[in-house]
Structure formats: C-alpha cells, structure tokens
Ligand binder design. Structure first.
Ligand code: AR6
Length: 180
C-alpha cells in the first residue's frame, strides 16, 4: 500500500527492515544504545560490530527517549542506521504519543540532513516496549504525513512491518489518515 504526499512516497511493506536496500534503515533502540532483541538484535547481528563501536564512540551518553542518532551501517545494504528510541508503553497518559512522534520526526530530520532519499522504518515501541500497534500506527503515519507535507522529502518513507497484524494496523490507519 502507498500514498503520494507532496512529491514523496509513503509506503507500507511487510518484511524485515534489516534487508531493505534504501539509504537509511531505522533501529528500534534503547536509550543506552546497548543493543538488545527484536530489530536491534537483528541489525547488530547482520551489520556487524562496527555499528556498536561507532555509536559507543560518538554517543557515549546514549540517546534520550523520543529522539534518534545516526551511524554508518556496517555490512548492511543501507548506508546509515538511524537509532531511534521510542517510549515504553505505560498506559498512554505519560506522554508516550509525543515521545513516539518525536522519535519518528528526528529520524526524518536525520535522513534529510544526511542526504538520504529513502528511509525504511519498523513500528517503533510495538515489540518489547508494549505500545499498542493500532495507536502506534496512527502516531507513526501522522508524523510521516506531516513531515512530508512540510518538507516534500525524503523521497521514499517505507514502513516495514514484521507480521500481518502490524501490516493490517498500519494499512487501516493509513486509509483513515489519507481519506478525503
Ligand atoms: N524487521 C521489522 N520489524 C521487526 C523486526 C525486523 N527484523 N524484528 C522485530 N520487528 P522491538 P521496541 C517488529 O521489540 O518495542 C530491544 O531489545 C516487532 O514485531 O524490536 O521499540 C531494544 O534494544 C515489533 O512490531 O522494539 C530495546 O531495548 C517492532 O518491530 C527494545 O527492544 C518493534 O519491536 C525496544 O523495543
């Protein structure tokens, strides 16, 4: 599924974010940039040790929740990995939506600042961090749409959803948000 927004393409794809051949892929990181399971584990496994060596050297303080930092991508097909830190879900009244939107917004800013034409992103916070996927989909897509409306880039924003449930949630949200 796709939508054209102000010259940019917003695309939904079911698959593995680590395999995407785009300029930048986004990692679902933690604020210590310490590695872990899920997307983070897969990125460091496939990308090799240079990614962690670089983030340790450049970002010794880690990255705050609701933001992101960028590194090169080791053995991955992408040029860059953007390490984004989404919030842990605590019921929805602790600023989680703003933090999730902030993490995505920073990913788009870093992609544009580094000349990336295409960026592939997972559904941040919806695994170990427990964010309900329907709500996360609305936040993710409305942030992407707002950024594209304002900046007209990156040229390609591809959300890569791991399973059919997450894909369905993103597809429903995209239809709702782009309905005229
Ligand atoms: N490609 C695309 N999506 C994936 C992949 C993949 N290869 N693997 C998992 N998902 P998670 P979080 C989906 O747990 O919730 C780590 O330990 C998964 O089904 O990766 O932000 C970090 O170190 C889910 O929908 O990230 C942090 O400590 C979504 O990606 C913590 O987990 C996000 O799941 C971050 O938790």
């Amino acid at each position: 599924m796709r939508a054209e927004i102000n010259g940019g393409t917003l695309q939904l794809h079911q698959g593995d974010v680590t395999l995407q051949e785009v300029d930048a892929i986004v990692n679902a990181a933690n604020s210590r940039l310490a590695g872990g399971g899920g997307v983070d584990g897969a990125i460091h496994r496939r990308g090799g040790p240079t990614i962690m060596a670089e983030t340790d050297a450049k970002y010794p303080e880690g990255c705050r929740t609701g933001s992101a930092v960028i590194s090169t991508a080791g053995n991955l097909a992408a040029k860059f990995v953007i390490h984004a830190v989404g919030p842990v879900w605590r019921g929805g009244s602790r600023g989680e939506a703003d933090q999730l939107a902030g993490a995505y917004r920073r990913c788009f800013e870093l992609a544009v600042e580094n000349g990336c034409r295409g960026v592939a992103l997972p559904a941040l916070s919806t695994g170990a961090y427990g964010y309900p996927v329907d709500r996360a989909a609305r936040v993710a897509l409305s942030t992407a749409i707002e950024f594209l409306r304002e900046h007209g880039k990156p040229e390609l924003v591809r959300f890569v959803l791991f399973d059919a449930g997450a894909y369905g949630a993103f597809a429903a949200a995209l239809e709702e948000l782009t309905r005229v």
